[in-house]
Each structure stands twice: as structure tokens, then as C-alpha cells.
Design a protein around this ligand. Sequence first.
Ligand SMILES: [Zn+2]
Length: 431
Amino acid sequence: MIPEIEYASKAEINNFQVGKLKVLLQYLNTNSAFYKRLFSTHKIDISTINSLEDLAAIPTTTKDDLQQYNDDFICVPKNKIVDYVTTSGTLGDPVLFGLTDSDLDRLAYNEAISFACAGVGQDDVIQLMTTIDRRFMAGLAYFLGARKLGAGIIRVGNGIPELQWDSILKFKPTYIIAVPSFLLKLIEYAKQHNIDLNNSGIKGAICIGEPLRAQDFSLNTLSKKIKESWNIELYSTYASTEMNTAFTECEQQKGGHQHPELIITEILDDNNQPVAKGESGELTITTLGVEGMPLLRFKTGDIVKAHYEKCECGRNTMRLGPVIGRKKQMIKYKGTTLYPPAMHNILNDFNEVEAFVIELSHNSIGTDEILIKIAVNTPTESLLQSIKNHFRAKLRVLPKIEFSDKKEIQKLQFPKMSRKPVMVIDNRNQA
Ligand SMILES: [Zn+2]
């Protein structure tokens, strides 16, 4: 199931992608009202785009573009759309991604080769601990991918540790797909109910939504906590609806591998210029082989670092390191640039912290302020001091930290219509 192109040389991969890009540009110029207009407004002759570097001549596409011109991005008539997926738009209204029959095949292929990359095979059974409905793409992709790969899948959905364990003990899956912090809940439940974690038959977890590793690929606090109790392999997978593509770790667990037949990637700085190798920047993607709503130079908003050296697994494809943060949530604080996930990591080091939320605001002179509200069982001055010391040691700056009521924090974390808990409340762009 592993495509040969992943083992091809860098030059071969590059040529292969240029060929695919030419096909995409023709397709967009014929079928996409948005890109047709973009090419004509900027006087772009697509026949002059003959390398991946030439892409720089084309303006980037933003989330706001998707929202403002949603219909213009859709390249097929409505009766060709099979599955309706939406993402939350930055301006409020959801953005529709219409998937055609062929897009669903592509999605299945994408997930099948991603599973294969993480070592899942035909004899494996995967327990899905994420939502498959609610107009989400991910759960459906996992289902289709497992089917394509020939593996079994048990769709339990998210939450409910009791039901998850019931299913694990009864049907003996070998892999699970979950948010890593949920694995802690599974561990807690198992311990309370005398379930032997390390004889459960689970070999590995494919983890979404939260990073497992530091930038050097060493385990972060969350995955250390998981592995202390449950000796399973942890594979990170990173994907989004806009990308229609996943970056999943191989057995080396050193970043998510790119699939060259499915996506072109660029890592750009604030001025839309490529960053130097080894620097972090905004992941910008071009989808390949998408029929319903293909995207060209779409800025994902995620800050990442790319790794280009050959992987020990033999693949020559680029790997993406753990997401450093959302570009929108970048904080300039006392001369340091930081992102909320770094603060999540520090707070995760304290078992006493039961819940937290990070509030960002502008102060009277227009610079960023950070207030972290934490809930603990027994608030003490010494605990607060040790949290502060840990911040100073790890981040070299100290945000404001205060104790708050758990119920209050949970109310902030789950506003109406939210699909997942809100860990960061950003009040900086309000008047
Ligand atoms: Zn690898």
C-alpha cells in the first residue's frame, strides 16, 4: 500500500509534482471561477509556471477568500457533490467543502497510505474515538481509509471511556485513533476498573489534535504521561479539511510524511517568502487531485517547521514537525515570540491543575498581555510559585497567572456551538 514515489529521489519527487501542478493549473483555469479571476486580475499566464519555485508568482489564498467567495471555489455542479463538509470560517459563517465521488476515493487513498505509514496493515482493527458525523471530514476519512487498506474499524465515536473499554475488551482492536489527552482518561478509567492496560492488545495510537512531541521529536509531557502507564506506540497525524490530506508519522516517529501525489507544501514567512531551511513559518498548501474544491497556495494559518533530510524509514518525502501554533495566536510578549501550545505544555506538567484557559488582550499601549486562569483543588501560594518558576525556566518570561473557579473556566471553554474546548480566548482584535 505504500506508494513508490515516497522512496523516489528528491529530484524525481520534484518533477512528479511539477507535472501534477501543471494539470491542476489547467483544471483551475477551466473550472474555478475564483482562480480564473485571480489569474486574469494578476495577468498570470499559467503556461509560464514550470517549477514549484514559479508558484511564488501566484498570490496566496486565505481563509477569508474561502469565506467571501465560497461558491467560486467549487469546481463542479451541485449534483456532483456527494458529501458536504464544513469548516468554521474566520468571519463567522461556515465554509462548505463539497466532496465528489472521486474526492472520496482520493480521501480514502490518502488515509489508507497514511495508516500504512504508521504501520497499520490488513490484519489490524482500528477503534475510532472521534466523531464521524457533524459535517466533519476526519472521521469519515478514517473510515474510508481503513476500508481501502483492508483493515477493520470500530466506530465508537468520541468520549465515554466505559464504552471505549467495553469495545476494546470485546473486539480486540490493535490500534486506536484519538485525541492524546483522551488517552489519559482511558488510562484513568482502566486503573479504576482493574483493566490490565498492557495486555489490552492495543499496539499503537494514531493521535490527532494535540502535539505529542517537542520540536526535536522527544516526547512532550502529555505523551510521557501516557507512555508511563500504557506502553503503546504513539503516532502523530496532522490534517485539515482544506488540505484534504494527512501528514502521518512513520515508525521512526519523526514528523508527519508528505504524500507527493496529494499535496504541494511551502513554508512561508510574514511576507509570503519561503523561510530558510530549518526555520519555522506558515504552512501553505496546494492540493493535488481534488475535483470539488481544489486549493492553490492556501495559507493554513499553522506555524510549522519542515524537515527535508532522508528519513530512516527510507522515504525521501518531507516531514512536518509538530505544529508550533496558530499564526493568529502568535504572542509578542516582553520581547519573546510565543504560541499558546508552549504554555499548555508547561501547565500539563502540573497534575494539580485541573483546568485552565489562556486570555490574550492588548494593554493600553497596544502590546500583548497574557492572563492564565487555572483551577486547582487546593490553591496555595507555594503551588502558584512553582508554576511561575516553571514558566520562567521554560519560556524565560512570566505571564500573569491567577487561580479561578473550575466551573467558571469550563464555562469559558465551552461557548455555544463549539466543537472542541476553547483553550485560548483572544480578545486582542476587538475594539
Ligand atoms: Zn519516515
